[in-house]
Ligand binder design. Structure first.
Ligand code: CDP
Length: 229
């Protein structure tokens, strides 16, 4: 039976940075499930799906049949995850604010989630994994070996994400826009009916608002080691 470490939480809490470090140290696979929703979000944008006035009641209809022709593979090259959609590696195209928003919107659709969750569960069954997302401990891997819910204030998370975008050269986005996007996605992710963002009952909650990255990593490692031994 594989070892499964689930790390959930809202955008910008530090999940992916911490999950990557942890996976490398343990020699586990790191699965960024957000990248999968981003991959489908990009696919929907390219298919011309309109997100204006999008909500849970019209989302299915808006997507039409585009899910039928959609395929996704997750590949690992040089230790990093690549998202392959219908044969094309889209890893470098899914980090824009437009794709973030599209990912959050398509993520409310149960049929989309079920398709991606099937792949997530398969990867976790075949490998030791550190998997991050919104619903990993609560829905995707309810029997995960370790469950962590990583959080921080919206302002701290927006500040971190803003710096990250600046460093990547995305200088046309303001801090206020990042904060607004984060609050919108938090609400969207927490209020959807199917597999919302939530802290699983048996997850350990870690608040990183006042922590440096190093402190957060140390805290998570303590939690993981206490559960694994
Ligand atoms: O990196 P960031 O935290 O900004 O977002 P992400 O983890 O890349 O996820 C992008 C979007 O996908 C989120 O806003 C969620 O709406 C959705 N998502 C989800 O619904 N369930 C997951 N397990 C992972 C992501």
């Amino acid at each position: 039976m594989s070892i499964q470490i689930a790390i959930d939480g809202p955008a910008g809490a530090g999940k992916s940075t911490i999950a990557k470090i942890l996976a490398k140290e343990k020699n586990f696979i790191y699965l960024d499930t957000g990248a999968m929703y981003r991959g489908f979000g990009l696919y929907a944008i390219r298919k011309g799906v309109s997100f204006e006035g999008w909500d849970e009641t019209n989302a299915d209809e808006r997507l039409g049949g585009i899910l039928d022709d959609f395929t996704m593979n997750i590949e690992y090259r040089d230790g990093s995850q690549h998202v392959v959609v219908n044969g094309e590696d889209v890893t470098d195209m899914i980090r824009t604010p437009e794709v973030s928003l599209a990912a959050s919107k398509v993520a409310v659709v149960p049929a989309v989630r079920l398709k991606l969750v099937e792949l997530q569960r398969k990867i976790a069954a075949d490998n030791n994994v550190v998997m991050d997302g919104r619903d990993i401990g609560s829905y995707v891997l309810p029997g995960a070996t370790v469950k962590i819910f990583l959080t921080a204030s919206a302002e701290a998370r927006a500040q971190r994400r803003y710096i990250e975008l600046q460093e990547k050269g995305q200088t046309d986005v303001t801090y206020e826009e990042v904060l607004e996007d984060m609050k919108f996605r938090d609400k969207n992710d927490s209020s959807r009916k199917f597999a919302p963002l939530t802290c699983a009952e048996d997850a350990i909650k870690v608040d990183t608002t006042e922590c440096t990255l190093e402190e957060s990593i140390n805290r998570i490692k303590e939690v993981v080691e206490s559960k694994l031994c």
